[in-house]
Design a protein. Sequence first.
Length: 188
Amino acid sequence: MARRTRLTGIALAAAVAGGFLTGCTSDDESLTYQTDYSNHRPLRVVGYPSTGSLETVQKAVWRLADGDVDALAALAVDDTHADATARNWVKAFGAAAGGDVTADFYDEGSVRQVVVLYFARSGQIKEIEARRGEEDDSWGLTLAEPDPAEATAKPTWAPSKPGSSGSRTSGTPAIILGGTEPPPSRGN
């Protein structure tokens, strides 16, 4: 019996030590990302995003859904029109971002990537650009649409449905990040 208690005590000590070690290795940014990820609807993805462009677009959709103008503006690679553009985007797309959103990634994405967002709830389509910042090499958004008409304009070149043409998917079905349902068939 003493041996069983001792093993339980050792196991408890190991679990507590493991918890401390895990707590020490987590950083605030990682915890914030995990919390955001679990608090928002999954982003559907078509095309080939880079790690940086995907994370940036995912954060942008979260900030839109939250109506958080300041946090969206903080994703800008250039501050010149970031606040006005973020206000325009939140006003125009914020409510729709709380529903299903598909991000269609174009080009190869090592330095910049054009992304078309499809908001299922409203039927709106928005072109955005994710790119590496010039100073610190981290990913952000080009937020340069201070005119509300420009900020809400539907891209003339984008297909009406994600993955319909142009994105470099080679017929690969959409990925659903954070979801458990199978990707929809695109009929390719």
